[in-house]
Design a protein around this ligand. Structure first.
Ligand code: CA
Length: 291
């Protein structure tokens, strides 16, 4: 046994989906070796231990080099990160700037910027982590970031071809199975699942492999490059500007069926490796056969 991790047996599965968005196609059979995966996303408390032990400075906290951003607005060249802002009413859903704000000083310990804190959110998933931050944590922990196939195989929990991590029905018996968005995005958050933003890990039922928060709550980094340069920008955030992108999986608390039905194992987006937001986190794997 490995503390806080679950064994996922070697096997094969149907990866992808034909029923939702083009980037998830085609469905194909993939073989995966056995591995261990964190049973929950890395929490704020765990990330705090890592920062204390290593002195790691996250990408969002590092000074920006003006030479790397010719013509950029100087206001954007201060350390900071992207923070979700609920709009007052309906907005143009084609422009993510209607709900994302670049906030100077926003970082993992102050996710919404100066004046915010995480002391009441120690058991929430850490957010405001870029790809390099997730990689650094994984290395420190003696782990690795999952491939997209490992992540999706684990998220399916042994169910073949199911729409959701728990089956084909979105809310069996009316029960909320993941932290998503109910209501009209991005202005009306009905919180029928009990949570406005992120939720403590494990607030919703585990999947067939005993893993919690695989979908909803926060998107999770994987180590796979997002290869399709022609693909549109992520549904709910920046991207698509030619920078290196990696695959993120699982959807988040901002996924609303009316706009972005991505709290499903097959759902995927490409995210710029330097981007951090209030809705992206990660979990780790260890590539060893289960005992
Ligand atoms: Ca919610």
């Amino acid at each position: 046994m490995r503390e806080g991790m679950r064994a996922v047996p070697a096997g094969s599965f149907l990866m992808g989906s034909e029923d939702f968005y083009p980037e998830e196609r085609p469905v194909r059979r993939i073989d995966v070796g056995g591995f261990w995966i964190d049973e929950r996303p890395v929490t704020v408390a765990e990330f705090r231990r890592f920062v204390k032990a290593t002195g790691h400075v996250t990408v969002a906290e590092r000074p920006l080099d003006p030479a790397a951003f010719p013509g950029a607005d100087p206001e954007r060249l201060v350390p900071g990160s992207l923070v979700f802002r609920q709009s007052r009413g309906p907005v143009d859903l084609r422009d993510y700037r209607n709900w994302w704000a670049y906030v100077p000083g926003a970082c993992w310990s102050r996710p919404e910027g100066p004046g915010s804190e995480t002391y009441t959110r120690a058991r929430h998933p850490v957010t405001q982590v870029a790809y390099a931050d997730a990689e650094a944590y994984a290395a420190w922990a003696g782990k690795a970031l999952p491939t997209e196939a490992e992540w999706e195989y684990a998220a399916r929990g042994g169910l073949e071809g199911a729409t959701f991590a728990w089956g084909d029905e979105a809310s069996p018996g009316g029960r909320a199975m993941a932290n998503t968005w109910q209501g009209e995005f991005p202005w009306q958050n009905l919180r029928l699942d009990g949570y406005d933003g992120t939720s403590p890990v494990g607030a919703f039922p585990p999947n067939g492999y005993g893993l919690v928060d695989m979908t909803g709550n926060v998107w999770e980094w994987t180590c796979d490059r997002f290869g399709d340069a022609a693909a549109a920008a992520p549904c709910c955030g920046p991207g698509g500007d030619g920078l290196e992108r990696r695959v993120i999986k699982g959807g988040s608390h901002l996924c609303a069926p009316s706009y972005c039905l991505r709290y499903r194992p097959a759902a995927r987006q490409g995210e710029d490796v330097d981007t951090s937001t209030t809705h992206i986190g990660f979990r780790c794997v260890v590539r060893a056969e289960p005992d």
